[in-house]
Design a protein around this ligand. Structure first.
Ligand code: 13P
Length: 255
């Protein structure tokens, strides 16, 4: 197994009310077994950050689904890194394909958000991934390279202590029940790791600093074989993370 950090992160997206979150944790906590060196976390909607932190009894990391790049100011509807830090947020998802697709987030903005997170010791989970049309046109690697380089711009610098995580999420695999197979995941992860190695080496940073996780219809059936791939450092999980029993099972079966 590589020395890169391992993560299993849930992305609840715009789901679960406070009552449902209470129910989630009364089930989840019953069978959750923390594993050495595995970072487990959940990204809830903003209003529930504190509730998730309290109910999870700090046994897992709490995260947000986005982050703004300024500390304060006239940015209606946004939440700043200072505010997130206030709530003990450990990680922030940036550039999720749903943000790129429905809210016009560009890789340039994603890179600013990610850098702001790093500046406040919050781990940015930078999402990249090709659409179905791009996949079918055979342009996956071109798209991945463009999104990776533009989104990570300014997020690697000499002497840094906290690093971004890259989440490879093929858009066609999100919420479709159609996960990428292990050969597809391995090929793209190795490609990303190769690009990262160049960037890190140029800055004299350890090539094990940046983890690469997979997202897209991860479930109890496919998690085992995917985590056995040396190139996979964990998951960003949507649907299956809403079900406490299933999430715990994925944690058990992975790594
Ligand atoms: P699903 O696991 O529901 O496919 O969602 C993946 C995702 O978008 C996580 O960010």
């Amino acid at each position: 197994m590589s020395l890169r950090k391992k993560f299993i992160l849930g992305n609840w997206k715009m789901n679960l009310t406070s009552e449902e979150i209470q129910r989630f944790f009364s089930d989840f906590n019953e069978s959750y077994n923390p594993k050495d060196k595995l970072n487990v976390g959940i990204a809830s909607s903003y209003p529930y950050l504190e509730l998730v932190k309290k109910l999870s009894m700090d046994l897992i990391l709490t995260g947000s689904q986005n982050i703004h790049f300024e500390n304060s100011g006239a940015f209606t509807g946004e939440v700043s890194p200072l505010m997130l830090k206030d709530f003990g947020t450990s990680f922030s998802i940036v550039g999720h394909s749903e943000r790129r697709q429905y809210f016009g987030e560009t890789s340039t903005v994603v890179s600013k958000r990610a850098r702001a997170a790093l500046n406040h010791n919050i781990i940015p989970i930078i999402c990249i991934g090709e659409s179905r049309a791009e996949f079918e046109a055979g342009t996956t690697f071109k798209i991945i390279e463009e999104q990776l380089i533009e989104s990570i711009n300014n997020c690697l610098f000499e002497g840094q202590k906290i690093f971004p995580v890259i989440a490879y999420e093929p858009v066609w695999a999100i919420g479709t029940g159609l996960s990428a197979n292990k050969e597809q995941v391995d090929a793209v992860h190795l490609f990303i790791l190769d690009k990262l190695t160049n960037l890190l080496t140029n800055l004299k940073l350890s090539t094990d600093s940046v983890s690469v996780i997979y997202g897209g219809s991860v479930n109890t059936k496919n998690c085992g074989e995917l985590t056995r791939l040396e190139s996979v450092d964990g998951f960003l999980i949507g649907g299956s993370s809403l079900k406490p029993v299933e999430l715990n099972e994925i944690i058990e079966l992975s790594f």
